[in-house]
Design a protein around this ligand. Structure first.
Ligand code: NAD
Length: 363
């Protein structure tokens, strides 16, 4: 029996509409093959929403997202909106979406594809075989803790304050997401903290050890964040799944991503405890190449695969997409951002067509 899914599409700004068009074509073909019926609804976010409605996240966009099974987002932002006041800038659309859907877990895979290994700035023998998933807590920690602000001391000096705070329940819910993901991967989870200095990290470590009792099949280890950063660039293959707080995750997920060297290839997911997740490329709206058919659509397509695996629990369809991406790369097809000697340069639309050819050979 055909399964029905409602997907909200948020193409956003810059290259967003171009790469989203490719992902939708891929989903339509995979859907037919796997008996999955996708009902797509497009909504406004970011700069395009500001132009049309005056705000970066119109209430009807959030409502459409809430009513759907998953949200596929491209990217937002561009120089034409950079001079607007902070509260109505495109980025507020993303923050509002995360808050509105209570997305507390951010999943950032960093996988070295053998075809693109030379794109990494690290030596082949260091990065070969790297396949890491960073699970970052997204709605707590020092970015949101109170008190925060710039205050005046009695001596007339200004004093900047942020507060790193986590409750046990906040730690437990991100911990469970990470343990569940580690269980679906290589059953190795590394929790990253700064428990030698920070009390909030001591609580974090205590709760991770407590949760580990429910996951006897997952090997839990702990690293201080400074050591984790060193190990990520020294010997990244030692990691499988990493779980960490908002601030440490912000930094480590970017460092892990850059092991791969190719921003146009990296997908991500943000999940809540129930309701739809948001799936999007790590890169931005690339205004420098927007509208020129130069964008690499593969991070968007791989975000659609993450949506199938983590948002809709359709791992079979996700694998088909991931295999198609590997195959087009094997065939030597490259967009400009991942081009190397001897490979064939394709535009965004042609890369989409190459993917469709692989998924559904025309013969
Ligand atoms: P960016 O990721 O948009 O671009 C950085 C560089 O990578 C550019 O040279 C761009 O051409 C290239 N690039 C990025 N994605 C590509 C792709 N798919 N194919 C080929 N090349 C690609 O980062 P930026 O230039 O710092 O930011 C541009 C705009 O995007 C800003 O307004 C920023 O605020 C926004 N942004 C949005 C998100 C998001 O939507 N989640 C994330 C980061 C930046």
């Amino acid at each position: 029996m055909t399964k029905q899914y409602r997907i909200t599409l948020l193409p956003g700004d810059g290259i967003g509409p171009e790469i989203m068009a490719v992902a939708v074509q891929v989903l339509q073909v995979i859907g037919k093959q796997m008996e999955l019926a996708f009902e797509f609804q497009e909504a406004l976010i970011g700069g395009s929403a500001i132009d049309a409605t005056g705000v970066p996240l119109p209430p009807e966009t959030l409502e459409t997202c809430r009513q759907s099974d998953a949200v596929l987002l491209a990217a937002i932002g561009g120089t034409q909106w950079d001079s607007l006041p902070a509260e109505i800038r495109p980025e507020q659309g993303l923050l509002g979406l995360r808050a509105g859907l209570s997305l507390f877990a951010n999943l950032r895979p960093a996988k070295i594809l053998p075809q693109l290994i030379d794109a990494s700035t690290l030596k082949r023998e260091v990065v070969e075989g790297v396949d890491i998933m960073v699970v970052r807590e997204l709605t707590g920690g020092v970015y949101f803790g109170q008190p925060k602000g710039i205050f005046h001391t009695e001596a007339g000096e200004r004093r900047g304050v942020n507060t790193m705070v986590y409750t046990e329940s906040e730690i437990d819910r991100i911990g469970r997401v990470a343990f569940d993901i580690a269980r679906k991967r290589n059953r190795k989870l590394c929790s990253v903290d700064k428990a030698n200095v920070l009390e909030v990290s001591q609580l974090w470590r205590d709760r991770m050890n407590h949760l580990a009792k429910d996951y006897p099949d997952v090997a839990l280890s702990h690293l201080y964040v400074d050591n984790a950063a060193m190990q990520l660039v020294r010997a990244p293959r030692q990691f499988d799944t990493i779980v960490t707080s908002n601030l440490f995750g912000d930094i480590l997920s970017d460092a892990a991503a850059m092991l791969t060297g190719s921003i146009g290839m990296l997908p991500s997911a943000s999940l809540g405890s129930s309701g739809p997740g948001v799936f999007e490329p790590v890169h931005g709206s690339a205004p420098d190449i927007a509208g020129q058919d130069k964008a690499n659509p593969l991070a968007q397509v791989l975000s659609a695969a993450m949506m199938l695996r983590y948002g809709l629990n359709e791992p079979g369809a996700a694998v088909r997409i991931e295999q198609a991406v590997m195959k087009v790369l094997d065939q030597g097809n490259r967009t400009g951002d991942i081009l190397s000697e001897g490979m064939t340069l394709l535009g965004c639309r042609a890369m989409g067509a190459a993917l469709l050819d692989v998924i559904q050979p025309s013969s």
